[in-house]
Design a protein around this ligand. Structure first.
Ligand code: FES
Ligand code: FES
Length: 169
């Protein structure tokens, strides 16, 4: 058993966790962040994607103890109370989900991508917005069995455009 500390969605947690407990199980069962979903549990589907220090990870492939000292972001941290984040709203507007099982993983994957795009555009204002092909390649890492990917791609592109506009020239 290991005692660890981490922040999840800005909130400090200290807990004792078994060495073999995955980050996904620790988030869901020990800390109550059940928005992180488990599909395949072996790194294929991406449903369990969360951000660790800003980067997307498949939380079924990482041990909870490895998150000691990190900042983890889960889908619960996106909305402000009842108000959806811009990306969540775009998923709704573009019909990017049906059952929603895969959605937390897609949202967190896209959050990391969009943050990277905004900071790259800040460094290089002449940089073009991501092309549809880039976003298709991104979302190919996660599996959705319901919607097809068109709505997801459109939602990510639309959010990227509006965040870039909001960040200024
Ligand atoms: S549950 Fe982690 S990749 Fe499928
Ligand atoms: S919305 Fe059902 S699996 Fe993606």
């Amino acid at each position: 058993m290991h005692q660890i500390r981490l922040r999840v969605n800005g909130r400090e947690h200290e807990l004792t966790v078994e060495a073999r407990r995955t980050l996904a199980d620790m988030l869901r069962h020990d800390l109550g962040y059940t928005g992180t979903h488990l599909g395949c549990e072996h790194g294929i589907c991406g449903a369990c994607t969360v951000l660790v220090d800003g980067g997307p990870v498949r939380s079924c492939l990482m041990f909870g103890v490895q998150a000691d000292g990190t900042e983890v972001s889960t889908v619960e941290g996106l909305a402000a109370g009842e108000e959806l984040s811009d990306l969540q709203q775009a998923f709704s507007d573009h019909h990017a989900l049906q059952c929603g099982f895969c959605t937390p993983g897609f949202l967190m994957l896209a959050e990391a991508y969009l943050a990277e795009q905004v900071s790259a555009a800040a460094e290089d204002p002449a940089r073009e917005d991501p092309a549809e092909a880039d976003v298709r390649e991104l979302v190919a890492s996660n599996l959705c069995r319901c919607t097809g990917y068109q709505g997801i791609v459109e939602a990510v592109l639309a959010t990227g455009r509006s965040r870039r506009r909001a960040a200024g020239p």
